[in-house]
Design a protein around this ligand. Structure first.
Ligand code: ARG
Ligand code: ZN
Length: 497
């Protein structure tokens, strides 16, 4: 996204006859974007601004066919480039000419355009493909992240899901806008991010209807989703006129459905409350999707519209998970990771939002939750043996990232005071809106806003794999805060799947 303007300027210069700079010999674009935890994820040499994904899906056979058009800009002179993708490709065109392509390893597709692409040059890449996503197991991961359900399928996953349904530069460091359009048999719904300008499916031939969604703000590829099946879909609007699309699987038992509705129908209220803490809601639409029982095992903060496992509703309403997934819209979706190692910037912040919600509802203060976690986790507990800001690949979704990440924020709040703490959160969301950022950028911002040296605090709470000492210590283990049952069960699901 970021190089689009430069490309337009370069094009203007070329048209004016002044863009005659000599170019280096074109070279292959890299197989990875340079993430230390996942050297193969994403690709080098280009920057995507838009994905147009146009598909057809048949639940009975799990056959997915279609075309993805990628608008991108080269960031070097390119003789070839990679896309991340697992399905079988039948043709690739680059800038109006057929290109050759070859598979390298499991999820890399190497595309060689008929003519090299010059640095800053525009690329239009059209990929035609088909496949049965549930049959495509990535050898490195050892599974298919595509979820088949009794009446459809879901492309909902983290850190990897794009590979199973559209070719991409699959890393949050390269965000783009999305049009997602899926034809499915009549009576089946296809739901995705953002808004549905047609307000419903448009009939095609042979008993299929096409559902077309549009996500207008830069979006990381893993946050793009498609959920297909028999759903009750509703449209409402927020006080400021934004669409709220909510969808509940028709396969939910009535009690689960009631509990889920009593939580997700509060999305506008919850996100309005979050915007008083974090700044304006960053996107053009809102909502939530609840999967059939026994399918999705976790929840994911898909941009504008999280997907939820039905397992979050086990004994009454659960607003904690709605607070968590929607807090990610600021922390993770609008401000995205530059590298997966910094995942606590997403999960620690979303967890802290749950604590703030508990406090607001008089179910335990943020201090109560901090004290409870500190007192009940002995030094050898997993929350301490990994460092939130350097957790290692195996602990990306572990308690050190979520719970201790939130504890680190609470220590920051105690050190700088409420005014500066919430100013830091709002400035963070504003300065990096629709972009990417790292832990070091956060700790520098905290020091700048507060005017304090916070080195020792961040070293102990973010970078050291052991239990930090406290200056004041609770004498005995405190009672579990009232919100603890819901928060801890919610986190069990987010951690394990
Ligand atoms: N980011 C999701 C959440 O906390 C959790 C995703 C869990 N995924 C996983 N592979 N463990 O809301
Ligand atoms: Zn989360």
């Amino acid at each position: 996204m970021r190089r689009l303007l430069a490309a337009l300027v370069a094009t203007a210069l070329t048209l004016a006859g002044t863009g005659t700079a000599a170019h280096a010999t074109p070279e292959p674009g890299g197989a990875g974007i340079g993430d230390p935890y996942f050297p193969q994820y994403g690709n080098g040499g280009y920057d995507v601004s838009h994905y147009d994904i146009r598909l057809r899906y048949t639940p009975a056979t799990d056959l997915l066919t279609g075309t993805t058009t990628i608008l991108a800009t080269a960031t070097q002179d390119l003789s070839s480039f990679h896309l991340d993708f697992l399905l079988d490709v039948s043709s690739v065109r680059v800038n109006n000419r057929p290109a050759t392509f070859a598979r390298q390893g499991d999820h890399e597709l190497v595309v060689t355009p008929a003519r090299p692409i010059t640095d800053d040059g525009a690329m239009t890449v059209v990929v035609q493909y088909s496949g049965v996503p549930s049959e495509k197991v990535d050898a490195g991961l050892g599974y298919s992240a595509w979820i088949r359900t009794p009446d459809g399928a879901m492309a909902v996953g983290q850190p990897e899901i794009a590979w199973w349904w559209f070719p991409s530069n699959d890393h949050p460091a390269d965000k783009a806008t999305f049009d997602v359009s899926v034809a499915v048999p009549n009576g089946v719904s296809a739901i995705s991010n953002g808004d549905m300008p047609n307000f419903g499916p448009v009939p095609e031939t042979l008993g299929y209807s096409r559902w077309s969604w549009r996500s207008l703000k830069p979006q990381a590829p893993y946050l793009a989703f498609v959920t297909i099946g028999k759903y009750d879909l509703s449209l409402d609007t927020t006080a400021n006129g934004q669409p709220i699309w909510n969808a509940y699987s028709k396969l939910l038992p009535q009690a689960t459905r009631n509990e889920a509705q009593a939580s997700i129908e509060r999305t506008a209220e919850i996100t309005d409350w979050e915007s008083t803490l974090f700044g304006p809601w960053p996107f053009e639409a809102r909502g939530g999707v609840v999967a059939p029982p026994g399918t999705l095992g976790f929840a994911l903060e898909n941009q504008t519209r999280p997907n939820y496992s039905s397992a979050f509703w086990f004994s009454g309403s659960n607003t904690s998970v709605v607070v968590h997934e929607n807090a990610h819209q600021w922390f993770g979706d609008s401000v995205s990771l530059s590298r997966w190692q910094d995942i606590w910037l997403n999960e620690g912040f979303a967890t802290y939002a749950e604590w703030l919600w508990s406090e607001k509802n008089h179910e335990g203060t943020t201090q109560d939750l901090f004290d409870y976690l500190y007192a009940t986790n002995p030094p050898n507990a997993p929350i301490w043996t990994a460092a939130p800001a350097a957790p290692g690949v195996a602990n990306l979704f572990g308690p050190a990232v979520y719970d201790r990440g939130a504890m680190a924020l609470h220590q920051l709040r105690l050190a700088v005071g409420d005014d500066d703490f919430f100013r830091i959160l709002r400035t963070w969301a504003a300065e990096h809106r629709y972009g990417n950022a790292t832990t070091v950028q956060f700790t520098r911002l905290a020091e700048k806003v507060s005017g304090r040296d916070l080195d020792a605090l961040f070293r102990a709470w973010l970078y050291t794999p052991s239990k930090p000492a406290l200056t004041t210590m609770a004498k005995r283990a405190p009672q579990a805060p009232k919100s603890w049952a819901q928060i801890s069960r919610t986190h069990e699901l987010l951690h394990e799947n």
